[in-house]
Design a protein around this ligand. Structure first.
Ligand code: HEM
Length: 418
């Protein structure tokens, strides 16, 4: 290697941790050219196993879908099924440990299947569609507050508020406490990152957990028409969510549904402002918006990578020999620009016929909230374009600031006039 020159393999570590200044899509393109699976000079914890990134669609899908060879919990690698601990049996842990390790996204089969089946009983397509009017109401309320001003910050006034209010509402958090949930969730998102947990975040995590423990208690005593009350009573074949599982699930729903969907709305708005022809098409035909949401998810989806996967055994993948215990990052944003799968993959095309993108992942861990995120995206862009058709950026384009949270790049602010 030439001294001083940063390789794409080094640069992508900066992209994953938010320290890279380079356009991530340029880095991904360089990496795709090298092959679908590339070793990177990164370590995970104390392990000296190789870390790989997976940048092309076919191989990324394989890692996400092949549960016999890849898992999300590194402990699964050496565990036999009879020693596998369920969440209910695990020893006492702090709120921060609980939050990070025991949720649906961090469990392998059979624990994952059990929890997902239970929670899916609440997340039915019919239920999702039924919340449309409420999402519309929340979107309209937010825009009512800024309509007269003729200007707003898309991030702070709209994109950050819509998903957190929607999910808080669904879960059963009283309206007066939505702001508090938003603040905790922001503090947590700002403090967490790939392989790091800042000390200050622990306090917010504790308050967040304490609040939900109490709320669950209240809902047990006095159930109402909300997700917590539903999750409390859901039972299948005599199986129920334990207290710990319920808490973990509620937190995950709040958390997973907030940052990601906010980024879809704010980054999506910027991308559309950057693409006047595409924006014009949407203004003229709102029926294109659901497809535009899919294209925005493909083109610049909120999650750079799925969670790390661990190889359960030695396996060949994309021409590389992966060893048992090695870590793989399926880079969703890189796979979504795979030129073998999408023609003119670097171009935004809201009329594109998209068969499948990876923005919500694939396989057993595929996003539980995808139908909700799609509804929110659809309503956010439709409402924005209907009510503010003259939307334009009110700062120079070069002054738009990006920020890095939770292994994902989003905007810190997007001032617009309308
Ligand atoms: C545009 C918005 C969203 C994006 C891009 C997104 C993306 C993702 C991705 C990529 C995964 C899979 C991660 C992996 O395989 O390691 C995932 C999982 C998950 N998402 Fe989302 N998500 C979004 C919105 C939501 C919403 C609104 C909710 C909840 C209401 C939610 C709840 C979850 C949950 C619970 C999981 C874990 C599923 C499992 O492990 O079985 N997400 N999401």
């Amino acid at each position: 290697m030439e001294s001083g020159k940063i390789t794409p393999e080094q640069e992508v570590i900066g992209v994953l941790s938010g320290r890279s200044e380079k356009d991530p899509f340029v880095v991904f393109e360089e990496l795709r050219k090298k092959g679908p699976v590339t070793p990177i000079p990164m370590t995970m914890g104390d392990s000296d196993n190789q870390v790989w990134i997976v940048t092309q669609m076919e191989e990324a899908k394989k890692v996400l879908k092949d549960n016999a060879n890849f898992c999300v919990d590194s402990n699964t690698i050496n565990k036999s099924s009879d020693t596998k601990q369920s969440l209910t049996n695990s020893s006492e842990e702090t709120s921060s440990k609980l939050f990070l390790s025991n949720s649906l996204n961090a469990l392998d089969e059979p624990d994952h299947r059990r929890l997902r089946r239970l929670v899916s009983k609440a997340f039915t397509p019919r239920y999702m569609e039924s919340i449309r009017p409420r999402v519309q109401e929340i979107a309209d309320d937010l825009l009512d507050q800024v309509q007269e001003q003729g200007e707003m910050d898309i991030v702070l006034d709209f994109a950050y508020k819509l998903p957190i209010n929607v999910i808080s509402d669904m879960i059963g958090v009283p309206k007066s406490q939505h702001e508090q949930i938003y603040e905790w969730s922001e503090a947590i998102a700002n403090g967490l990152g790939l392989g790091r947990l800042d000390d200050e975040v622990a306090d917010s995590l504790d308050s967040f957990s304490e609040y939900f423990k109490q709320l669950i208690d209240e809902k047990r005593k006095q159930p109402s028409n909300d997700l917590i009350s539903e999750l409390i009573v859901i039972e299948e074949e005599g199986d129920k969510l334990s207290e710990k599982e319920l808490l973990s699930m509620v937190q995950l729903l709040i958390f997973a549904g907030h940052e990601t969907t906010s980024n879809l709305i704010s980054t999506g708005t910027l991308i559309l402002l950057d693409s006047p022809k595409q924006l014009e098409m949407l203004k003229n035909d709102h029926s294109l918006i659901p497809n535009a949401v899919e294209e925005l998810l493909r083109y610049h989806g909120p999650s750079t990578t799925a969670g790390p996967r661990y190889a359960i055994k030695d396996i060949e993948l994309g021409g590389q020999q992966i060893k048992k215990g090695d870590v793989l990052f399926p880079l969703l944003k890189a796979a979504n620009r795979d030129e073998e799968v999408f023609s003119n993959s670097e171009d935004l095309d809201v009329t594109r016929d998209i068969n499948r993108h990876l923005a919500f992942g694939q396989g057993i861990h595929m996003c539980l909230g995808a139908p909700l995120a799609r509804i929110e995206g659809d309503i956010a862009f439709t409402t924005l374009l209907k009510r503010m058709p003259n939307l334009k950026l009110s700062i120079p384009r070069k002054d738009v600031q990006w920020q890095f949270k939770l292994a994902a790049q989003g905007l810190s602010s997007l001032p617009v006039s309308f």
